[in-house]
Ligand binder design. Structure first.
Ligand code: AMP
Ligand code: ZN
Ligand code: FE
Ligand code: FE
Length: 282
């Protein structure tokens, strides 16, 4: 079975519409994908509507923006009740602040003499939960940087960048509790993706495990072999599941769907522990 539990659509910073992501997953021969857009569930309806007539199973999910002691991290939530009010309220706050923050980054870029406008970023983002990749695409469009990664630098909007602005994010322990009380399960996304900025220490992973975290995303394109090895050790020690996923973003990144995958037993263990929603088969 080919199971990819971390996929983005244009409901956040992926390039492709949810229905297109589903069609691509079918064409690539995948059995299960999880749609995990940043801080939004807006892509679920379209993805679910695209399923009938296919052999694909969809896991509804989200990638929650978190921060602990000033370090950002991402928490994947799966199979929670999408109508849970506490979770919906937090998602609202996260998205609202993403818009404020993107405007603030545009203001900083303008001050730095860069020719980008909020209208441009808003057009690129469309209805999506706006993120740095949208600002990065505006910088590409304006000829400031050659490509999206070129914007994630100290010069521009990298985590230490001149035009970087922080966004509202959840304490990861509270985020785990939020997803759990909505009936879902949680996996710490790319815990050691050090190319993106500072990473948390083992103590945070230990605390997250104690708070009810279900798994660690070990096999991820941004993890080298030593990082994977270290995470496998931690997962064994803390009795956490191990997942693998592509973190597909369409044309925004070059990783294809199914580039990294999750084992069937792990997938089934996650599904068995979730009671907010069930995977949906086409
Ligand atoms: P945001 O949540 O708005 O701060 O944007 C973070 C997103 O930007 C991540 O989820 C990645 O998809 C993308 N990203 C982060 N670092 C990089 C990088 N160095 N190169 C390309 N994309 C990146
Ligand atoms: Zn993303
Ligand atoms: Fe992420
Ligand atoms: Fe992601």
């Amino acid at each position: 079975m080919c199971i990819d539990l971390h996929v983005h659509s244009n409901a956040s910073d992926g390039s492709d519409a949810p229905a297109s992501v589903v069609q691509q997953a079918v064409a690539a021969g995948l059995d299960v994908i999880a749609l995990t857009d940043h801080d939004t569930l807006a892509g679920h309806a379209e993805a679910l509507a695209a399923l009938p007539g296919t052999d694909l199973t969809l896991v509804t999910g989200v990638e929650l923006s978190c921060v602990i002691e000033g370090t950002s991290l991402h928490l994947l939530g799966y199979l929670f009740d999408p109508d849970n009010e506490a979770l919906a309220h937090e998602l609202d706050l996260l998205r609202t602040d993403r818009t404020r923050r993107a405007r603030a980054m545009v203001d900083k870029l303008t001050t730095l003499g860069v020719d980008v406008t909020w209208e441009q970023v808003a057009r690129i983002a469309g209805d999506a939960a706006v993120g740095r990749p949208h600002v990065a695409l505006a910088l590409v469009e304006s000829g400031v940087v050659p490509d999206v990664p070129g914007a994630f630098t100290p010069e521009w909007i990298g985590s230490d960048g001149r035009a970087y602005v922080e966004k509202y994010a959840l304490d990861p322990l509270r985020a785990i509790a939020l997803v759990r009380q909505a009936g879902g399960v949680t996996v710490f996304a790319h815990p050691l993706a050090s190319t993106r900025g500072p990473i948390v220490g083992d103590d945070v992973i230990v605390a997250m495990a104690a708070a009810g975290l279900h798994g660690l995303e070990v096999d991820h394109p941004d993890h080298d072999e030593p990082a994977r090895k270290k995470l496998r050790g931690l997962a064994a020690e803390l009795d956490l599941l191990i997942t693998g996923s592509s973190d597909f973003h369409g044309t925004v990144k070059d990783t294809p769907l199914g580039a990294e995958t999750t084992g069937r037993a792990v997938y089934e263990a996650l599904v068995a522990q979730a009671h907010g929603a069930a995977p949906v088969r086409g």
